[in-house]
Design a protein. Structure first.
Length: 414
């Protein structure tokens, strides 16, 4: 049952800057100027179009002491000057394409009070109703919303929704760190990088080398009805540091028997374990193929490298695929290698090909393959890693977040 939540205030907060433009850093250290008027349209890049068409909801819990709501809002108004896309709106240009209009229309801020302590409510988990702690996920025009939930102890839960076609997880983690720095009286360092055209500029002439039309996108068919599973369970599993270290040691021992020079990341080791256990629990036929959809951050793949502070979407996906009998019977190192090799394949060449695909399909209506709510992925998995995001670096002047919770779930079998 949801705790009584008193809504104290709902407002539209706009960027505080009254100047005619805002500026952010470029990869060369120069300033990239964003004109600040109602006529600036930013077309969605091909990477934006490939992202899920939904608002992502995340909760961040902070123990007291925390700054007042007024301090939080004042800093938010200031940081939005450097992130004007979040304060904009979606619109359609003369060619019928979706764009972001940088009109400083603002973000929605909801302030609530809960007559209980934060400690009594933590941890959040999938079976607990936490919808009262975040803004609505549909039925509004704002691209970014914030809900400040203040507890009787002074603790604060920040609930946010952000449209995925405006920015990816890397971008939003950088935004929150920037917001926290302003709360603490610090400058944003580094500033966000906003040159979306430079990041997604196609080659001349375009050279599409992969089947992006069926990998990242799918044919639109209004006659197809999604099939829902009646046995869906959402679980949160905590892997201790001790468990992860033992798992990595096991993978190292196994790979030394065949390829001692191969190195695997923590993510690859942990995913090999999860893939085994989920596949085992599903009880699938041994000859069935199963694949994992793994997000790949283009900031580290594209050459020359794109700044990590790039604000937008710059993610594609790798698809490691094995038969069920391989997942169940082969070693952890074997599975980790399959994951590693497919992720490595999504390289600079692949990203450049995708940019060229965006150029030759300009004006076409594309539907992203990114899973939406209600899609059942069995026998496959959809995997997202937040290991390199900066959420643990959030410091609003108290302690870092004691808990953060992705409240937006795709429906998956476990």
């Amino acid at each position: 049952m949801a705790t009584n939540c008193l809504i104290n205030n709902t407002s539209i907060l706009k960027p505080s800057c009254s100047s005619s433009s805002s500026s952010s850093s470029s990869s060369s250290g120069e300033q990239f100027v964003i004109p600040n008027n109602d006529h600036v349209l930013v077309p969605l890049t091909i990477f934006d179009k490939a992202a899920s068409d939904l608002h992502v909801t995340v909760l961040y819990a902070f123990k007291p002491p925390m700054p007042s709501n007024e301090v939080m809002k004042e800093a938010l108004s200031k940081v939005l000057v450097h992130y004007p896309h979040l304060a904009g709106r979606f619109t359609i240009d003369n060619q019928g394409s979706t764009c972001i209009i940088l009109n400083n229309a603002g973000v929605r801020v909801i302030e609530t009070y809960l007559p209980t302590t934060l400690a009594e409510q933590l941890p959040f988990h999938p079976t607990k109703d936490v919808t009262h702690l975040r803004p609505p996920a549909e039925g509004f025009e704002e691209l970014f919303q914030v809900q400040l939930n203040r507890y009787s102890c002074g603790g604060l839960v920040i609930g946010q929704t952000a449209h995925h076609r405006v920015a990816d997880g890397q971008s939003m983690s950088s935004f929150f760190v920037a917001w926290a720095r302003i709360v603490c009286g610090l400058n944003i360092d580094p500033l966000p990088y906003h040159d979306r055209f430079a990041v997604s500029e196609p080659r001349n002439p375009p050279k599409v080398e992969f089947d992006h039309g069926s990998i990242e996108f799918k044919t639109i068919n209004p006659d197809i009805t999604p099939v829902f599973s009646s046995s869906i369970e959402t679980l949160i599993i905590h892997y201790s540091t001790e468990f992860i270290n033992k798992l990595k040691a096991k993978v190292v021992e196994e790979k030394n028997n065949c390829n001692p020079h191969q190195r695997f990341s923590t993510f690859e080791c942990l995913l090999s374990h999860a893939w085994k256990k989920v596949t085992q629990a599903r009880g699938l036929d041994l000859e069935v193929c199963t694949q994992v959809r793994v997000a790949v951050n283009g900031r580290t793949k594209i050459k020359p490298a794109v700044p990590m502070e790039y604000f937008g979407n710059l993610v594609l996906w790798a698809y490691p695929k094995l038969k069920v009998k391989e997942v169940l019977n082969e070693s952890y190192a074997y599975i980790a290698k399959a994951i590693h090799d497919e992720v490595a394949r999504v390289d600079d060449k692949y990203f450049k090909s995708f940019m060229d695909f965006g150029e030759i399909t300009k004006g076409e209506v594309l539907e992203a393959m990114a899973p939406e709510f209600g899609e059942t992925l069995c026998p496959d998995l959809e995997v997202d890693s937040w290991l390199r995001f900066q959420f643990h670096d959030l410091d609003f002047g108290g302690v870092g977040p004691v808990h953060f919770f992705l409240q937006t779930y795709q429906l998956k079998e476990c």
